[in-house]
Design a protein around this ligand. Structure first.
Ligand code: UT7
Length: 328
């Protein structure tokens, strides 16, 4: 049986660190409020880098670690909800930057759940045999869409990119085992960014203002959705795999809020020390949070052959995705 296997990970992290104390100077907030309500202490923010720049850094790291020739990459999928342009997609710019001339390039948009969706799409190409070497990236520069005067959102997010290289695994040693992805469009107004009102020469509407594109969020609704859906989705995937909770080595959750993760851990019945956390240092990097965490884990030597790793994310749309990976 052919499965998709992750052969390398990488990330692209901006250098600029913005601490909670830095934010105290620009909005009415405090380190105490942010730390207690979210678990975030600092985040990274781009200065001049683009989403494509961060994704390219992640891609180059993956190329270096895997030793792959960029010409052998036959597909690039980038998850983003904060792209540099509506078109061209980020993936095409990355393709040009890394010289992956033989790749088909597409972006996937499922907000903070986007990496799980991108991985799911890539998996289908790999297991069908249609593609043999797929670069799956997530790159977010939410700071570009943030209202830096709105304390209820600006303290939450950070910028980053991460990704993996996916190839076929034919020896039944592991890889992507099973998944659940899903969406609930009736909640589309609960969370989003980048809204562009219709403004053209014929309707007399005002020109688009910067504030039209800002992040909007009903935090409490998102909290409720996330804690319920992640629990359900992790349970479903473990049931599909006929796997007990005790067999899970790691859960790599979307890093949105430490309190959401704690509630999910309790509901699912998997101890918190199996949940990998880096929210304290990066904040919510939207769809980049899972691959950035995975790359840190790989670099720390935490991922061992045979480990059962649950990747689980949620976000605007509303969307969610959980993927079980047996590391090999
Ligand atoms: O990737 C998915 C993206 N989004 C999420 O995952 C968000 C999910 N939701 C959350 O993480 C939480 O709902 C938040 C962290 C956003 C907010 O926490 P909360 O415990 O739900 O707080 P709240 O919205 O109920 O606000 C409590 C108080 C309010 O003041 P009053 O009305 O009680 O006087 C807010 O005005 O906290 C105030 N507040 C702040 N105070 C200091 C809101 N933001 C801040 C802030 N600093 N940054």
């Amino acid at each position: 049986m052919i499965r998709s296997k992750i052969v390398a990970t990488g990330s692209g992290i901006p250098e600029k660190v913005v601490t909670n104390f830095d934010l105290e100077k620009i909005v009415d907030t405090s380190d105490e409020w942010i730390s207690q309500r979210t678990g975030i202490k600092e985040r990274r923010v781009v200065i001049d880098e683009t989403a494509a720049d961060l994704a390219t850094t992640a891609a180059n790291e993956i190329i270096e670690k895997s030793g792959i020739d960029p010409l052998d990459i036959d597909m690039i999928i980038v998850s983003t909800c904060s792209p540099d342009y509506l078109t061209p997609n980020v993936a095409c710019v990355v393709q040009n930057n890394i010289g992956a001339k033989n790749a088909a390039c597409v972006d996937v948009s499922a907000a903070c759940a986007g990496f799980t969706f991108a991985l799911s799409v890539a998996d289908k190409y790999v297991i069908s045999g249609a593609k043999k070497c797929v670069l799956v990236l997530a790159s977010e520069i939410i700071s570009k869409f943030t209202n830096w005067e709105d304390r209820s959102t600006c303290v939450l997010f950070g910028d980053a990119a991460g990704g993996v290289l996916l190839v076929p695994e034919e020896n039944d040693e592991g890889g992507l085992i099973c998944e659940e992805i899903g969406s609930k469009g009736e909640g589309w107004e609960v969370l989003g960014n980048g809204g562009l009102p219709i403004s053209n020469a014929f309707n007399g509407h005002e020109k688009i203002k910067p504030e039209d594109t800002y992040v909007f969020m009903d935090g409490r609704e998102v909290f409720k959705f996330a804690t319920g859906k992640l629990r359900e989705s992790i349970d479903n995937v473990l049931e599909m795999a006929k796997m007990d909770k005790e067999e899970v080595t790691w859960v790599v959750p979307h890093q949105a809020n430490i309190r959401i993760i704690e509630v999910v851990a309790k509901k699912v019945g998997i101890p918190m020390d199996k949940f990998y956390l880096n929210i304290e240092r990066f904040g919510n990097t939207s769809s980049a949070s899972i691959p950035v965490a995975l790359n840190e884990m790989a670099e720390k030597g935490l991922l061992k052959k045979g480990d059962n790793i649950v990747l689980s994310g949620f976000g605007g749309g509303l969307c969610w995705g959980t993927i079980l990976v047996k590391w090999c």
